[in-house]
Write a protein that binds this ligand. Structure first.
Ligand SMILES: [Zn+2]
Length: 405
């Protein structure tokens, strides 16, 4: 027989009475404050919706017991509660804000799926009602932005027309005659949801009684998931919250950029262009500085046998972006090795003129064996970062000794 589902015929039922058929200890449930003991309760009838068909379960109370989960087990509905219930009669109370939110999202999904199917021949192959956004997966050609907005427009038009949402029962054949597209392989009497002049779908979920109660549908995004197209959307109260959050973000942007809302894209484009130009001029200034400093440092270093020169310094108070061009410029000088470490961060670059004939990678390996850090590179050029910046003078000392002939 199974549990009698009161929500099938009245999805607005919030308070009901039922008989406890059984109550037994269940597996402990993982809650926000650790694991807690749980009991499994079977009732003769229930208004609680179990997780099913993409719609999450209801929450609420059975007398004093708090509902932790509601599961479908065959034809039965299993209520998971936080305390034992005595045999006899019990009062159930459905947490209404959560349920009504689910009804808005779920009915909105029927409508949106119907519009994608009817207008663009894109069938919905799955539905998920998430904590923030809901999604449908469409199969077929990639929907364009115009498709998405077209489906959204048509769905909202059907909401403004406040069309009745009816529950219909019939056999698979009868429903097929009435226009149900989806193939159903269940036997006996089936339940279907009809949105007048829009859609008829077999469904066991809970829905609002007319499309006006969906409030509004907003599409929020599109992504590819395996072979399908995942459309994110929000309905009713969620759509209102999203639009309000969008406005708050927009106000913050307008305040920080001191421009009108309609000028935001241009203001951000200008900012990005300005940033890129500054970055380019900084690069060029650093390059000029690197060339000048390299000439000065190489000049100060005395050449040894065969013209070998070592320029080794722990640099204090220099721009971190100078390290790389400076080492590169030094190593452009004949038979010269550059060994530079930034005192503040322990970032280092070892670079050599090819004719210097050393192995920077091997030297770095020895340095890192004594002074831990991360990095690597080639025979002529390595970069690394010491774990302890205070070790920079010791690391440089060791590297210099290894580099000298
Ligand atoms: Zn449904």
């Amino acid at each position: 027989m199974g549990t009698h589902r009161l929500y099938y015929d009245d999805s607005y039922l919030q308070n009901f009475e039922a008989r406890v058929l059984s109550c037994s200890p269940g597996r402990p449930v993982q809650g926000p404050s650790g694991t807690r003991a749980a009991w499994e309760v079977l009732l003769d009838q229930t208004a609680f919706y179990p997780s099913s068909g993409g719609q999450p379960n209801d929450l609420g109370l059975l007398d004093e017991a708090v509902l932790l989960d509601v599961r479908e087990e065959g034809d039965d509905i299993m209520h998971i509660v936080d305390r034992e219930l005595a045999a006899g009669s019990v009062k159930g109370c459905v947490s209404w804000p959560r349920r009504f939110d689910h009804m808005q999202q779920h009915t909105g999904q029927h409508l949106l799926s119907a519009m994608f199917q009817e207008r663009f021949a894109l069938p919905t192959v799955s539905f998920h009602l998430g904590a923030d956004l809901s999604t449908i997966d469409l199969r077929g050609q990639e929907p364009s932005w115009a498709h998405l907005l077209g489906a959204q427009r048509a769905a909202n038009q059907a909401i403004f027309e406040d069309r009745p949402v009816n529950v219909r029962y019939g056999t698979a054949d009868q429903l097929a005659q009435r226009g149900v597209r989806k193939q159903v392989d269940r036997e006996g009497l089936l339940r279907a949801i009809e949105i007048e002049s829009a859609d008829l779908q077999p469904c066991g979920g809970t829905h609002v009684k007319s499309t006006g109660q969906i409030g509004l549908i907003l599409i929020r995004g599109l992504s590819k998931v395996r072979q399908d197209w995942r459309v994110e959307f929000a309905c009713g109260g969620r759509a209102e919250r999203l639009a309000t959050d969008d406005l708050a973000r927009q106000r913050a942007l307008v305040a920080s950029l001191s421009c009108a809302v309609e000028d935001l894209p241009m203001a951000i484009e200008n900012l990005t262009a300005e940033r890129d130009a500054h970055f380019k001029s900084l690069r060029s200034a650093l390059q000029q500085l690197a060339e000048a400093r390299a000439a000065q440092l190489v000049g100060e270093a005395s050449a040894g046998a065969n013209g070998f020169r070592l320029v080794a310094h722990v640099l204090d108070g220099v721009h971190p972006e100078l390290l790389l061009p400076l080492a590169t410029e030094i190593a452009k000088h004949e038979r010269t090795v550059a060994m530079l470490i930034l005192a503040e961060s322990g970032q280092l670059v070892f670079a050599q003129h090819r004719a210097a004939g050393k192995d920077m990678a091997a030297i770095l390996k020895s340095v890192l064996a004594t002074h831990p850090g991360k990095g690597g590179g080639s025979k002529d050029f390595v970069r690394a970062k010491l774990a302890d910046a205070a070790a920079s003078p010791h690391a440089l000392d060791l590297a210099s000794r290894l580099a000298r002939p």
